[in-house]
Design a protein around this ligand. Structure first.
Ligand code: SF4
Ligand code: SF4
Ligand code: SF4
Length: 250
């Protein structure tokens, strides 16, 4: 805790595009009240200082290299509260697509070319596969209003909970015509709500960025996508885009 009584907060990034941190910066610009009640001591994307004394750690990105584990464990040791920020940290997200390619070495060479040996890599994992996580802010990128409400709950000492019903519920509440009825495709029936069905409300099929609900009927989802006209390959591409991580891969 800072001398002024404000909790010290740090942001960290692992394998990711850093878009969730950008959303945080964006949210802080319009909600200065949050900056006034915490002290941000480390946030590489927004400041040069690097304080190592913090109580709340927001971690963006996946664990994709052996050395990431030591860094994650150090953060866990320091922070009283660890928050997974965004799909890469929460569920592996798009990083886990490499896990389902025929060869990890092939992926390495495809991405890094002749310099592949310079870069360590192993199957991507969400941070909860390495350290205990106290709260999650899902999405790719995160929703700024969900970030603000979860941070406020944490500062009040409450444990945030996420909706455990599908995007379809929010989509229906918005009285959208289902995209399947308009010849489209959507992962809404198995995807965790909380984004207010933003994609489907703008005519885009949900791609599952908030992760799966607790008991998704994935077989029925596959059947629906195939019946709607996707090929098996296209169907699997949709199923896997954000949710390719499987815990028994390592
Ligand atoms: S969840 Fe999406 S926006 Fe956030 S860091 Fe990962 S790829 Fe970027
Ligand atoms: S468009 Fe998608 S989210 Fe909306 S009702 Fe249809 S399947 Fe569900
Ligand atoms: S509709 Fe689906 S893909 Fe779009 S933000 Fe919500 S969970 Fe993510």
């Amino acid at each position: 805790m800072a001398k002024n009584g404000r909790p010290k907060v740090a942001f960290f990034d692992f394998a990711c595009c850093e878009g969730c941190q950008l959303t945080v910066i964006d949210a802080l610009q319009t909600h200065l009240e949050l900056v006034e009640v915490v002290e941000i001591v480390q946030f590489r994307e927004a400041m040069t200082e690097k304080g190592e004394d913090y109580q709340i750690a927001f971690i963006e990105g996946s664990c994709t290299r052996p050395q990431d584990e030591e860094r994650l464990n150090n953060i866990r040791e320091q922070a009283a509260i660890v928050v997974a920020l965004g799909a890469c940290a929460h569920i592996g997200g798009v990083n886990a697509l490499k896990n389902i390619q025929p060869s990890l070495q092939g992926v390495r060479e495809y991405v890094y070319g002749e310099q592949w040996a310079w870069y360590d890599t192993y199957p991507a994992r969400p941070i909860s596969a390495v350290i205990q996580v106290d709260a999650v802010i899902p999405g790719c990128p995160i929703d700024r209003f969900e970030f603000l409400s979860i941070v406020k709950l944490l500062l009040l000492g409450k444990k945030p909970t996420l909706p455990d019903y599908p995007v379809c519920v929010e989509c229906k509440l918005k009285e959208n015509v289902c995209l399947f009825d308009k010849g489209g495709f959507c992962m809404g029936p198995v995807t965790r709500a909380g984004c207010d069905a933003i994609c489907t409300s703008y005519g885009l099929g949900c791609l599952g960025c908030r992760g799966l609900i607790s008991n998704p009927n994935q077989n029925a989802m596959k059947d629906v996508l195939l019946a709607a006209g996707l090929t098996a390959e296209e169907m699997m591409a949709r199923m896997n885009l954000f949710n390719a991580y499987a815990p028994d891969e390592l």
